[in-house]
Structure formats: structure tokens, C-alpha cells
Design a protein around this ligand. Structure first.
Ligand code: Z5A
Length: 218
């Protein structure tokens, strides 16, 4: 039986390419939500539970045997199935906000647009194994070379996905932008080439507007 994928208003994700600045954006979101008295659960993908973090290791470790794109997709969805059931749904059910560093949009961008896997298969996995999506997704959009230069200044050695070439990351970027075009009510596109202070302000503005919208609906 095909399940539907429902968005939850307290579920927020951050997406973007390497070096886009998700780490400080997440801190800005957490601080604003906590200042307004909300419980906040910060999490990430692939990962978010002990088992899913082990799957993350399998996906990113460059020292294992070559990973087929199909295997990569199934691993990120195995991690997500566990993450949703162990962490995300329980937190939302008790009224918390969940802020996730990446979610299913990354699979459409990296495994779909980047690796060339069929988006209909990804959508089927999303329906069958996940069944939930964020109410708000902040896409930190940045030129691929700029993002990679930022990340290169930090990483000692690249993981398996970071070892890909620029054309792969260009497809990923376009994949994210396409998702934002397809779901404009969920996505907010943020220019991540600005200074950290400007990006932080844009992130807080987007969240502020989202909370105002929720208050008028509740
Ligand atoms: N992946 C996948 O393939 N399929 C899936 O379904 C999912 C994930 C869920 C791990 O994700 C990998 O998993 C990811 C996609 C894949 N691979 N890649 N590439 P991750 O989010 O853990 O890895 P990441 O994207 O490589 O994270 P990142 O490089 O750390 O990006 P970030 O968190 O956005 O960057 P940051 O740590 O906040 O900032 C990076 C550096 O830039 C840092 O030194 C900052 O000080 C600097 N920075 C940040 N903002 C600025 C501004 N505004 N100006 C200048 N410098 C800045």
C-alpha cells in the first residue's frame, strides 16, 4: 500500500552543498526557538541515532570497497527509517521542534540529481519508509567552488562524497534548486555567499515568518 508523505509544521530541515554554513544556521535556529520557549531537538542525516550513525560511517568512509549508487541510496534510507521512528516522530509527538541538518531532499539532490538515480524510486522509498517531511526547509545556496574552498580549509581528508568532482556538486546544487521550485511553500532559498552575520539574519527572518504563520493558523 502506498503511504503519503505529510509535512509537519514543527519539523525544520537545512539543506545545501558542502561548506554552505549549515552549522551556524542551525545554532541560529536553535537559539531563536529556545528564546521563544520551545523544546528543540537538533539532529542530522545520515545519522541521528547510534545505528544510523553507524550507517553514516558506511556511506561516507572512503576506505571501504566502492559503493554502488543503489546501495548508497538504500543505506541513507535505512538510516532515515530508523531516525524517523527513534527520534523525529517521538519528538514531534511531545510537541518539540526538530531541526535536522539534511533530510530526504539531500537524497533527491545527491543520489537523484548527482548520481542519476530515478526520482520516482526515491519518491517511493520516501512514501514507504519515511512518510514525513519538514514543514520548512531552508536551502543555503552557494557557488560550488566557493563551498568547496570553505570546506577544504577545514577538512583534513575528504570523505567519500566530498571526493567527487565539481560537476557532481553542480548537479547536486541544481537538484536542490529544482526541489525549491517544485515546493515553494516549503522552501526558503538563502544566499549563502553572504557574510555569516547576514546568513544568520536571513535564517532568523525565515524562521520568524514561519512561526508567525503557524501562530495565525493555531
Ligand atoms: N548525503 C547524501 O548523499 N544523501 C542523503 O540523503 C543525505 C546526505 C542525508 C554528509 O552531510 C554527506 O552526506 C553530504 C551529503 C550526503 N556530503 N557532502 N558533501 P554533512 O552535512 O554532514 O556534510 P557536508 O555538507 O559536507 O557538511 P559541511 O561541509 O560541514 O557543510 P556545512 O555544515 O554547511 O558547513 P559549515 O561547517 O557550517 O561551514 C563550513 C566552513 O565554512 C567552516 O569553516 C565555516 O567557518 C565556513 N563558513 C560558514 N559560513 C560561512 C560564510 N557565510 N562565509 C565564509 N565562511 C563560512
Amino acid at each position: 500500500m502506498t503511504q503519503s508523505v505529510l509535512s509537519h509544521p514543527h519539523f525544520i530541515s537545512l539543506e545545501g552543498g558542502e561548506g554552505a554554513g549549515k552549522t551556524s544556521a542551525i545554532t541560529a535556529l536553535r537559539d531563536l526557538l529556545q528564546a521563544r520557549g520551545h523544546e528543540v531537538v537538533l539532529t542530522r542525516e545520515p545519522g541521528g541515532t547510534p545505528l544510523a550513525e553507524r550507517i553514516r560511517e558506511l556511506v561516507l568512509n572512503p576506505r571501504d570497497e566502492p559503493l554502488h549508487a543503489d546501495t548508497e541510496l538504500l543505506l541513507v534510507f535505512a538510516a532515515r527509517a530508523q531516525h524517523v521512528r527513534q527520534v523525529i516522530r517521538p519528538a514531534l509527538q511531545r510537541g518539540a521542534f526538530v531541526v535536522s541538518d539534511r533530510f530526504t531532499d539531500s537524497s533527491y539532490a545527491y543520489q537523484g540529481a548527482g548520481r542519476g538515480l530515478d526520482a520516482r524510486w526515491i519518491a517511493e522509498l520516501e512514501r514507504q519508509a519515511v512518510g514525513i517531511k519538514p514543514g520548512l526547509t531552508l536551502l543555503l545556496d552557494l557557488d560550488v567552488r566557493e563551498g568547496r574552498a570553505r570546506a577544504a580549509g577545514r577538512d583534513l581528508w575528504p570523505d567519500r562524497i566530498e571526493s567527487e568532482q565539481d560537476d557532481f556538486f553542480e548537479r547536486v546544487r541544481q537538484g536542490f534548486r529544482q526541489r525549491a521550485v517544485e515546493e515553494p511553500q516549503r522552501f526558503r532559498l538563502i544566499d549563502a555567499s553572504q557574510t555569516p552575520a547576514q546568513v544568520g539574519a536571513a535564517v532568523r527572518d525565515a524562521l520568524w515568518q514561519w512561526l508567525e504563520t503557524l501562530e495565525t493558523l493555531e
